[in-house]
Design a protein. Sequence first.
Length: 606
Amino acid sequence: MGHSFHIPVLGLAFSIDSPIKVAKFGISSVISIVDDELIERMRKYYSELHDKPYIPIFKTENDARARRITSYLDLVQDLVDEQVDRLQSAALDQDQELNQYFKLLPDNSETKALYQAITKEGYDENRKDKTRYLKQQMVIGDIDVNIMSKVDKINVDNKGNTLEEQYSDASAALRGFANSKLSSSVILSAGMNPRLYNYLAELKQFRPNNTGKFAKKITLKVSDYRSAFIQAKFLAKKGIWISEFRIESGLNCGGHAFATDGFLLGPILEEFKERRNNLTQELFPIYQHALAEKGIQIDQTPEIKFTVQGGIGTAAEQNFLLDYYGIDRTGWGSPFLLVPEATTVDTKTLNTLSTAEKEDFYISGASPLGVPFNNFRKSTAEQQRLQRISQDRPGSPCTKKYLISNTEFTAEPICTASRVYQYKKLKELELKNLDAEIYKKEFDKITDKVCLCEGLASSAYLKYNIAKPKDSKAVAICPGPNTAYFKGPYSLTEMIDHIYGRKDLLDGVRRPSLFINELNLYVDYIRTYVETNLNDVNDKKEKYLTKFKQQLHEGIDYYKNLKDKISLLSNNMKQDLLMQLADAENQLKSIEFIATKELSENNIYQ
């Protein structure tokens, strides 16, 4: 048995080299392969650090994006293999890292029990054989990668000619992973992209081998059962199997916050629990038929894992998710931003995060994708954004262009965080002659956008001193709201001991449960939605609000019934849960599209 948690993708830079740090200890982690410029610089850095040959791949070269990604992933695999080989050949009674591997394992691990028995024994003539067997039980952490499916810019060659679809950002990244040495998963997030999925079906690396096993697997990051089934069925028809559904708590995770229409994590997990067997049974015949058309015979249903991440903060929550919902593994993201042995956060940002308070973390409109984004008020990127506004120079230079999408003012797409877009949009706003208060809201909405391409990569540049003169030094970071309860920095051992209940990093900290935290975020989200749309109410928005609130009320009822099944909770904690649910219910009742008396008298909605 290995670890029962993984480290999800964290921004662009924060988990860019996490496997090099933690895979040797059996911990799985995820590399973002969105930014090939960052990836190429990291390849140069680690090649030089370990005296390995480095031949640069310039972005003007043919298929440079895919080749950069393949080369870096191959290097990561080589470095991890070397680390593991060293551990395998090390002496158990002398090597600190080898002992750390076994000590970090969960306490119910048979491998850990064997390690403890061997190290407690005195002289034993069979100790060498036992130690050899012990090392054979070591499981190395997965080196997974993440692609945001819809971040998929169509690219052009050096002469400005549009390239074929296989050279789009997402397709090239996928090809980079497919051609690498890794035997792991690509995690597809941020929704369905038929073009990318069609290309995925063309790649033979994702098909089963003679024994029905996969060298390259597919993981879908999903927010609900319906979405999971629709995407998995679409891919099954093309002969692609989903090996893992990674269920993510909508507003309660780091990075982009993909809010559901009021569906809460508990009821979502309950549906997966009840229907997971049906899901497999429905998908396999479709998949089997699609493979048969490609001349591939498969009789045994491949494995599907179900994992969950977003907002988990205690060992009790970890255990409940594993035990009650039958989850295979959990994801712990934002707390690991405070663990330098696992992630890459520059010193200044790490220190600021470690001393931050709850109000420093908030859901913003900072993302150019137009999706709610978990933000940090004290980040240097936020300070830079405000400084540029004060200097009457809002917006950012746009160099990497991963998030370009807007064509309001230009024939070619541009980014809504760019200086070009914000200048044109603000000029347009000035011509509307709006009331001062409304103008301010619209101004803030436009200038809230920040350059994530630069900001989410710069932490690694600063940490490893690999920034170029023109690079922005401002760091954007996207910690989930759960980060507010942790006051690092922590060692890797401290964080893992916390996850497994051997240590309590939140001792004395008053923190609502995972489920309540998410519920409160949704209540705040829908309240903000109402306040934002008060001056522009229509039937569609009224129906949206009604449906949203109904789903939240149903979620609250679910948690009321669930409380008696949570044997891990004390009576006092159950009482707190009921009070928190009641408070959320009362808040929901007050959220309506109802004008004030003054607004009503002025016939605002007529």
